[in-house]
Design a protein around this ligand. Structure first.
Ligand code: HEM
Length: 404
């Protein structure tokens, strides 16, 4: 993608909401050049696409915004992966990849990890510097979700920082325009993470344990049979699960705290009435959706919202646009934690609906319990303007400087 087009895409993604509003008001679907896709931004239309996976394939769900340079590609060639993963698979192949993840993130498994998650959340807040200032993204939001999904997958805690770092670098490499040398450095970090994950694949295949990594390995291999192809497939699978598990949750922790503190009355209401925390999490997930959108590609000629699309047409399902649709959510641009529950699409729906939504919600709830109880005087640091990362898959503040 050329730099001019990337500049326009960044502008769109920094504040996508006016674009969604225009697309919702325009009859049919709108083709958006920056996205190279038809924008689907009405709640009813997004739901319809999600209900028709046979017409709208997920094969292009993770299409990168930036093609890595040949030098970065050469580095990536020394890693693992490059196989379809659960978000990009359809039909039977999708079910096969999804089943162990759904089992691994069942309500009972989530309940079992909560004491550890609560202990980590408390320890991270204990670690905030004593001078009444913290940068929340680096001190908390980038840490808790990685620790928690790492625990479920069965990673040794010493390996979690490299895996979290590798996930962020993969996102930067594929979705941000980087200088050549930065691309190569990012690719090296991604490859290092993949080799680490491959070590887990081999170890769990040889010596199974009670963890999700072992279950993923067992779901795709026979005992005693681990080919190079299996290793590529399993590293891709694990990398995708880990990134889906931590990047999005990191993002939602950031935006939730940001919007609560920007709306001081609602923060104070939450401190006084913590029983409202679950509703506050739902409102934050709706209002500034972490995963703004994923792509689909039509498998045959279809009509959507009155627009005829040929086979092979790329559509962007804007979960973030659907969640601001006034036909579904009255006064959609108002952040209001007291609004009656209305079902939002922050976690998708249907065949690809988020299997980690309960885990994400629990981490958000315990974060807000911890912060409202221990730091009710929390404020945005005035002198540090907040800027949002221009990305579809990880909408969050770059940094969130807070004081108390
Ligand atoms: C705030 C946090 C999260 C948000 C906003 C979020 C959002 C979503 C959305 C919108 C989808 C649907 C994608 C589509 O339709 O193509 C999805 C899928 C998925 N999510 Fe999440 N998610 C979050 C947290 C998590 C966590 C904690 C995990 C795992 C531990 C996870 C694992 C997955 C996986 C594996 C998929 C793919 C499912 C499939 O394709 O069948 N997510 N997520």
């Amino acid at each position: 993608m050329d730099s001019e087009r990337h500049g326009r895409l960044d502008a769109l993604l920094s504040d996508p909401y006016p674009h969604y509003a225009r697309a919702r008001h325009t009859e049919g679907l709108t083709q958006v050049a920056e996205l190279d896709a038809w924008l689907v931004a009405r709640d009813a239309d997004v739901r319809e696409v999600l209900r028709r996976p046979e017409d709208f394939s997920s094969a292009n769900a993770l299409l990168p915004d930036v093609l890595p340079s040949p030098a970065a590609f050469a580095v990536l060639g020394g890693g693992f992966g490059g196989r379809p993963v659960v978000v990009t698979a359809d039909g039977e192949a999708h079910l096969r990849l999804r089943a162990p993840i759904v089992r691994g993130l069942s309500p009972a498994r989530v309940a079992a990890v909560l004491p550890y998650a609560a202990e980590r959340a408390a320890a991270l807040v204990d670690g905030f510097a004593g001078d009444g200032r913290v940068e929340l993204m680096s001190a908390y939001a980038r840490k808790l979700p990685g620790d928690v999904i790492g625990r479920i997958v069965g990673l040794d805690p010493v390996d979690v920082p490299a895996v979290v770092h590798g996930g962020h670098r993969a996102e930067e490499l594929l979705f941000r325009p980087l200088e050549e040398s930065e691309q190569v450095a990012a690719a090296e970090d991604v490859v290092a993470m993949q080799h680490l994950l491959d070590r887990y694949v081999r170890e769990r295949h040889d010596k199974p344990r009670e963890d999700l990594c072992t279950e993923l390995v067992a779901s795709l291999t026979e005992p005693g049979e681990l080919t190079l192809d299996h290793r590529h497939e399993l590293v891709a699978h694990l990398q995708n699960l880990l990134i889906a598990g931590h990047l999005t949750t990191t993002a939602l922790i950031g935006t939730t705290v940001l919007h609560l503190l920007r709306h001081r009355d609602q923060w104070e209401l939450l401190c006084a009435e913590p029983e409202r925390i679950p509703a506050a999490v739902e409102e934050a997930a709706r209002y500034d959706t972490a995963l703004q959108g994923f792509r689909r590609v039509t498998t045959r000629p279809v009509t959507l919202a009155g627009t005829e699309l040929p086979a092979g047409a790329s559509v962007l399902l804007a979960f973030g646009g659907a969640n601001r649709d006034p036909d579904r959510h009255p006064r959609p641009d108002v952040f209001d934690i007291t609004r009656p529950p209305g079902r939002h699409l922050a976690f998708g729906l249907g065949a690809h609906g988020c299997p980690g939504s309960q885990l994400a919600r629990e981490q958000l709830r315990l974060t807000l319990r911890e912060l409202t109880a221990r730091l009710p005087g929390l404020r945005l640091a005035d002198e540090e303007p907040v800027t949002m990362r221009p990305t579809l898959i990880h909408r969050s503040p770059y940094r969130l400087h807070l004081t108390w």
